[in-house]
Ligand binder design. Sequence first.
Ligand code: SAM
Length: 275
Amino acid sequence: MANNIENALYIVATPIGNLEDITLRALDVLKNVDIIAAEDTRNTSVLLEKYSISTKLISYHKYSESSRVELFLEYLKEGKSIALVSDAGTPLISDPGEILVENVLNKNYKVIPIVGANAAIALISAIPRKKEDFKFIGFMPRVKNQIKETILKNSKENLVFYESPNRLIETLEIIKEEFPNKKIAIGRELTKKFEEIKIFEISEMVEYFKTNTLKGEIVCMLYADSNDNKKDLTIEIKKLKALNLKDKEIAKILSALFNINKNEIYDICIKLNQK
Ligand code: SAM
């Protein structure tokens, strides 16, 4: 395999916790390239030591991306091979590397992905999500209005995002306040000793994390608004009608409760009246 190492930039996925989650091909590439460009050389050293790899490490983090590009292009020009790794998981997925990849491609060198762990994919591979498509947005914005806007804009998508444990409760509270009927899945410390995956209604999730450990790394998937809500509403509408509420009032109440346009609910009320 060593002979197969090319004059190229390898994008090598490394573990997101469990150091055994690395492919044989990734280890082979890390062992045999000329240089490893690492987001944090100390962090990567732990992985390299475990697998007795002594390839030269050079730091490449988001603050040095631009200045390092020239150096790496020079190595490629000399016919060398480079592996890019991040602190965890797949480089360029909420991790640095884009500037390097763009420059390397512009100079017509090859970029070769060596596949492996990714926290977002790990979570969605282990939960039901009702439909195939999903949207990944990296880290959720921090400001309340931006969080609200992001969720509104993507209400029909299964929305996958990263969140820091320090901000999780605040973000969940904002979602609960603005979108009380959302369902959410959270993966914490995936592949590690205290790994857990929970799927709850948003209010239950807030309570859960208020009373349980909130340490470690977090990835979330906010479920797409379900079309089933409309079908379920028939029962709710009938209950409210039995209380002699007017269609407009019913539409207003259920719209606030289920995040569904009140005109759509009003139409269902009218149709039910005609039955
Ligand atoms: N490139 C990485 C990947 O492929 O998953 C993601 C890098 S991003 C800077 C780091 C974020 O990913 C963390 O803050 C956390 O939200 C998420 N993450 C990383 N490892 C995780 C794990 N073991 N369990 C849950 N989330 C994780």
